[in-house]
Design a protein around this ligand. Structure first.
Ligand SMILES: [Zn+2]
Length: 68
């Protein structure tokens, strides 16, 4: 039998890879992580899209009017 004496295996929710883990901290962390990820992704996408569009548009406009 593999009994661990005294030394508890640390279960850190940050490192928990088990999606079905029922520990409270793990569940809350997973949920928060997912929410944060979705939001961060959406915002990052919009910001990147806007910046890319502006730069691309400026470059395209300069090119179109510059070298006739
Ligand atoms: Zn866990």
């Amino acid at each position: 039998m593999g009994v661990v004496n005294g030394a508890r295996t640390q279960h850190r929710y940050q490192a928990c890879q088990d999606e079905d883990c029922q520990r409270f901290a793990c569940r809350v962390y997973r949920e928060g992580f997912r929410h944060g990820y979705d939001q961060g992704y959406a915002e990052g996408y919009l910001a990147g899209k806007a910046a890319g569009y502006t730069e691309g548009y400026a470059a395209g406009a300069a090119d179109a009017s510059g070298s006739g």
